[in-house]
Design a protein around this ligand. Structure first.
Ligand SMILES: Nc1ncnc2c1ncn2[C@@H]1O[C@H](COP(=O)(O)OP(=O)(O)O)[C@@H](O)[C@H]1O
Ligand SMILES: [Mg+2]
Length: 147
């Protein structure tokens, strides 16, 4: 599927409707592909509190939102500056992934072993200045189609 920068909010609504079960999301794509931008749109749709700073300088950013009666967390993790799975574990990434909270992870290929077959992978490729192609698939390679 393709999404435009103007269609991000609409995409976010469709995404959340579609992925009720998944908790861990691995975002693949080159620098500037749109990983952070799309993750922020997904968080915004959930109504996260406060401003979402870029995780460029911290490995793990934690956001909160109200889900009916419950206060829920979203972890936004950027593995770019880490070397490998060991460094990721030292940074506390595994705890986030196993926490049961939603986790969005940029540069998952830095620590591929941290992601089990329940992980939903999102591959982002540029089409032009304002459009991106998204491919969404699970760790067991069964492709999943949205909209
Ligand atoms: N359809 C789109 N989806 C996401 N980002 C887009 C889109 N079209 C243009 N962009 C722009 O591309 C850039 C992506 O940057 P960013 O999200 O930081 O990438 P990454 O996190 O993958 O390095 C932003 O400037 C964003 O505004
Ligand atoms: Mg980014």
């Amino acid at each position: 599927m393709q999404i435009s920068i103007a269609g991000l909010d609409k995409f976010a609504a469709a995404f959340w409707k579609h992925v009720k079960e998944a908790k861990v999301f691995a975002f693949h794509g080159a620098m500037g592909a749109g990983k952070t931008t799309i993750i922020k749109a997904l968080c915004k749709y959930k109504g996260v509190f406060g401003n979402m700073s870029s995780p460029t300088f911290s490995i793990i950013n934690e956001y909160a939102y109200q889900d009916k009666e419950a206060l829920k967390k979203i972890f936004h993790i950027d593995l770019y500056r880490l070397k490998d799975a060991e460094e990721a574990m030292q940074a506390g990434v595994e705890e986030c992934i196993n926490s049961g909270s939603v986790c969005f992870v940029e540069w998952p290929e830095k620590a591929p072993d941290l992601f089990d077959e329940l992980t939903l992978h999102v591959l982002i490729e540029p089409v032009n200045e304002s459009r991106r192609r998204l491919k969404i698939y699970t760790g067991v390679q069964s492709s999943q189609h949205m909209g």
